[in-house]
Design a binder for this molecule. Structure first.
Ligand code: SF4
Length: 245
């Protein structure tokens, strides 16, 4: 939806994209918030959760030692450099605690893979940061964003993502999630939506139409460029036809 040419680079050509320090910080904070719920509820205090930052970082490095150079570029990072970088994640944890009290939550799932096949035969899948089920059975989908809340005019992308998850969870569980909740840790905001059946059916139609557009693009090998301010963050700008003349 953002740019067909970018979709081709990512999903068809599978060109690698260098990880950014900002994205890595987001992954680290997601890791901390996931580990947090392994603690007994009473122990989920700010101080205890802050101690999980290094544990989450060690787990990331164990999976991929090259991430050290993403966090502290240059190849000869000192322990102080790493600590300074880890400290940049701490304000986001503080922001989380201003939004929620995790001692009062017992999520049904964290980093849950959701997957379903819709009637068109298309398989939809994704990862939900957190799934909460209330005592009355109401479903809440929670997504953590480490950036700032967008202005209302730019909320569409996050809203589409949340409706996508809601559609998949609805198809799996047979019940429409009651609440979609975005926690923007960069600005300390909570955005909540209550999806309706009509909205989710419209989301499904959009996805089906998008799939048909992609199939057509593959058949014709036509991938238009769609330039925007986001091009400045595109990893493939150097080879993009929109910028090569
Ligand atoms: S630079 Fe812009 S137009 Fe080109 S692929 Fe990236 S997002 Fe699309």
């Amino acid at each position: 939806m953002q740019c067909p040419q970018l979709f081709k680079y990512r999903a068809i050509d599978r060109l690698p994209e260098p990880p950014s320090a900002a994205a890595l910080k987001g992954t680290l904070v997601h890791g901390v918030l996931e580990l947090m719920f392994d603690l007994p509820a009473v122990d989920r205090t700010l101080d205890n959760v802050m101690e999980l930052v290094e544990e989450a970082w060690d787990a990331l490095l164990a999976d991929d030692p090259s991430l050290l150079d993403v966090a502290v570029p240059g190849g000869n990072s000192s322990p102080e450099d790493v600590l300074a970088w880890l400290n940049e994640a701490r304000p986001l944890i503080h922001a989380y605690f201003r939004l929620e009290d995790p001692r009062r939550l017992e999520p049904e799932g964290r980093e849950v893979e959701v997957r379903t096949e819709i009637p068109s035969g298309l398989v939809l899948r994704g990862f939900v940061d957190r799934l909460d089920i209330a005592p009355d059975g109401a479903i809440r989908i929670v997504d953590y964003k480490t950036g700032k809340a967008p202005k209302p005019a730019y909320e569409g992308k996050a809203l589409f993502q949340m409706r996508f998850y809601a559609l998949v969870v609805w198809r799996i569980r047979g019940e429409i999630p009651k609440m979609l909740q975005l926690l923007y840790l960069g600005s300390g905001d909570i955005v909540r939506y209550e999806p309706t059946e009509d909205e989710l059916l419209a989301t499904e139609r959009t996805i089906v139409a998008l799939h048909e557009t992609i199939e057509r693009a593959i058949a014709l090998d036509e991938w238009p460029t769609k330039t925007s301010r986001l091009c400045d963050w595109c990893a493939h700008k150097a080879i993009c036809p929109a910028f090569s003349q």
